[in-house]
Design a protein around this ligand. Structure first.
Ligand SMILES: C[S@@+](CC[C@H](N)C(=O)[O-])C[C@H]1O[C@@H](n2cnc3c(N)ncnc32)[C@H](O)[C@@H]1O
Length: 258
């Protein structure tokens, strides 16, 4: 039976697991997912140097993976094992679960190799309680000048339940949104919705280049992002709940910018 392998590579090359390398090395083709996330140092070359044998590696954008999935199905029909390698975890904040049901319905098998996800990584480094995270959401670039306020609504719902919110930031045409653009959009959403969800004095936590040598996790007030010199993307934002446990407050103090 042919296998579709959904393989998580972690956030940077030092987080790639032995299991991921073994499964990639026993694949006939590797598609490197280039649109659900990005890494400071994982690319076709990094992956190929880790493999135990030569395997063709292709860069796969959303069109290829979601719309032209037929090509991958044909390879599986021919008895080939195909790997889709994703930065982070292949099933967290991606749509890859739909690929699993497609291959299963066609009589093929699948395996999932979890990777160190930005989701778990920022929860760990935020020093907030992992039990108190609500729904996470992506802040997307405006489309036709229209701002999608879903992230604001999610923040409101989480705040009503005293839960923390993780904001992933959109990646469009290989350009990842930065923390300042994201905060500007949240401020715009407050102006549109006017539910007093966001205050410029609220603390937020920003993760920059997580998993890379120069990673940074820093807490600051919302208005302070405009004067802060951030490292290049990728960035991720955590909006803590309004009422924090005293241990979480101590943690937040540890992360406050100097
Ligand atoms: C939609 S999520 C995909 C998560 C991925 N499947 C995983 O498990 O890590 C991608 C977003 O997470 C954030 N992100 C990913 N890697 C990051 C990193 N190393 N440092 C900071 N933020 C990161 C960025 O906002 C990026 O646009």
């Amino acid at each position: 039976m042919s296998l579709l392998k959904l393989i998580g590579l972690g956030l940077s090359s030092k987080f790639i697991t032995q299991k991921a390398i073994d499964e990639l090395s026993t694949s006939d083709f590797i598609y490197l997912d280039s649109y659900t996330s990005l890494s400071c140092d994982i690319n076709e070359e990094t992956v190929s140097t880790l493999l135990k044998k030569e395997v063709p590696i292709y860069r796969a954008n959303r069109t290829l993976l979601e719309n032209n999935f037929k090509n991958i199905l044909s390879l599986l029909d021919e008895g080939k094992n195909v790997a889709i390698a994703t930065i982070g975890d292949p099933m967290i904040a991606t749509t890859h679960s739909s690929l699993v049901s497609e291959v299963k319905n066609r009589g093929h098998g699948y395996i999932i190799v979890p990777g160190v996800s930005v989701h778990c990584y920022i929860i760990s480094k935020s020093l907030l309680s992992s039990y108190r995270f609500g729904k996470s959401v992506t802040i997307v670039y405006p489309f036709d000048n229209k701002v999608d306020t879903t992230p604001y609504k999610t923040l409101k719902e989480n705040q009503e339940r005293n839960l923390h919110t993780i904001f992933y930031l959109d990646i469009r045409d290989n350009t990842p949104m930065n923390a300042v653009e994201a905060i500007n959009l949240l401020i715009k959403m407050e102006e549109i919705e006017r539910k007093n969800v966001l205050s410029l004095d609220d603390p937020i936590i920003i993760g920059e280049r997580l998993g890379c040598e120069d990673e940074e996790v820093v807490a600051m007030k919302v208005h302070e992002v405009f004067d802060y010199k951030f490292k290049p993307q990728p960035h991720i934002i955590v909006y803590p709940s309004k009422s924090l446990h005293f241990m979480e407050l101590e943690g937040l103090k540890c992360l406050m910018k100097k």
